[in-house]
Unconditional design. Structure first.
Ligand code: SAH
Ligand code: SF4
Length: 352
């Protein structure tokens, strides 16, 4: 059975049902899957039993399975999810006082070779399907009883993978997540983060329904960026800035620039001044991320004083925040998603 129900849009569900079934049946399925988030064909009890059995024989339901869960002392949960072909990928649930954030993956592994990131070490295994992207949200919302209509919920496409290298599926999943008749997320609560694949940034900007855009800058100049993110030898900083200036922001939107601070490498006051200058004319904000460590990552976390100094310099020109690490003790924080399962490794973060 190749096809899966989750990931199909309203039109595709109608096609699946065929012309003999009335239109309201496809609406019932669409709402059952995306709005009511039922767990499987068995729970779609609005359908006649015979129709359910007939559809279940043709199409799998398509929710990923939980292969393992790691619980952090700070409430963060990292899920290792098993997909239909047996591959596994990660999603992270981060509760906060006034909202919940889900960090989801767009690919199994990542083909981009950022030197500070554990996911890079996996290489790319494959793109996720539309259903596997949306399915992470549906499953975690179900497991944690989340409902975007009741409590603020954010989705960040910052898990495994480079979302702009799987743009078609990411955009289609976003349409399903943002459909008021479906999952019902506000577009402004969905954010995609990219290492800066320039032509795909332009393509994303042309989409009528799309996540907010965050760009991993991570360096204050071209040479430094190329050393830390070798893919940027192809996508130059000046062209990236031009694409950002031309990006069609919606009235409520700002560009976000993420900047991983690597102790003694890109965290000097001069770096901060260069970043401020680079972004000065953009409608943007900056999120600083102190390096989250991992085995085989040959960089140091910067001193807290450095982070503060960097932040205060950038803040003179544009809004600048420090991202609080979540789930460090269970390898769930930014750049730590590498399907870490060994208990000894999972404990490294807890000791720090
Ligand atoms: N691939 C996308 C999204 C996933 S990575 C991207 O790179 O933008 C999400 C963020 O984590 C990126 O801003 C990335 O620069 C950052 N990151 C990667 N490795 C990190 C690490 N070891 N510590 C802190 N942040 C890291
Ligand atoms: Fe891929 Fe993002 Fe990690 Fe770079 S930082 S290797 S783009 S997941």
């Amino acid at each position: 059975m190749e096809a899966a129900l989750i990931g199909l849009d309203a039109h595709e569900i109608r096609t699946l049902l065929g012309p003999a079934e009335p239109a309201f049946r496809s609406r019932q399925i669409y709402e059952g899957v995306y709005r009511n988030r039922v767990a499987g064909w068995d729970e779609l009890t609005v359908l006649p039993k015979s129709l359910r059995a007939q559809l279940a024989a043709r199409v799998s339901f398509g929710l990923p399975e939980v292969a393992a869960r790691y619980d952090s002392a700070d409430g963060t949960r990292r899920y290792l999810l098993r997909l239909a072909d047996g591959k596994t990928v990660e999603s992270v649930f981060m509760p906060e006082e006034d909202r919940d954030t889900l960090c989801i993956s767009s690919q199994v592994g990542c083909p981009v070779d950022c030197q500070f990131c554990l996911t890079a070490k996996m290489g790319l295994e494959r793109n996720l399907t539309v259903g596997e992207i949306a399915g992470q949200v549906i499953l975690l919302a179900k497991l944690h009883g989340l409902d975007p209509a009741e409590r603020r919920m954010n989705i960040v496409m910052m898990g495994q993978g480079e979302p702009l290298l799987n743009l078609g599926n990411v955009v289609k999943a976003t349409r399903i997540l943002a459909d008021p008749a479906g999952v019902g997320m506000a577009e402004r609560r969905i954010t995609l983060s990219t290492s800066g694949i320039i032509p795909k940034i332009r393509e994303l900007g042309a989409e009528p329904v799309r996540p907010k855009l965050a760009i991993s800058l991570n360096a204050s100049g071209e040479d430094q960026r190329q050393a830390l993110m070798p893919i940027t030898r192809k996508w130059h900083l000046a062209d990236l800035m031009a694409a950002c200036r031309a990006y069609p922001l919606r009235p409520w939107e700002k560009l976000t620039f993420e900047y991983v601070l690597l102790g003694g490498v890109n965290d000097s006051d001069d770096d901060a001044r260069r970043v401020a200058r680079l972004l000065a004319n953009l409608n943007a904000k900056v999120n600083l991320i102190a390096l989250n460590p991992g085995p085989g990552i040959d960089f140091d976390t910067p001193d807290p004083g450095r982070v503060e100094s960097f932040k205060s310099i950038v803040s003179r020109s544009l809004p600048c925040f420090v991202r609080k690490p979540r789930g460090l003790d269970i390898f769930a924080a930014c750049g730590q998603l590498q399907r870490m399962t060994e208990p000894s490794l999972v404990k490294i973060g807890a000791a720090t």
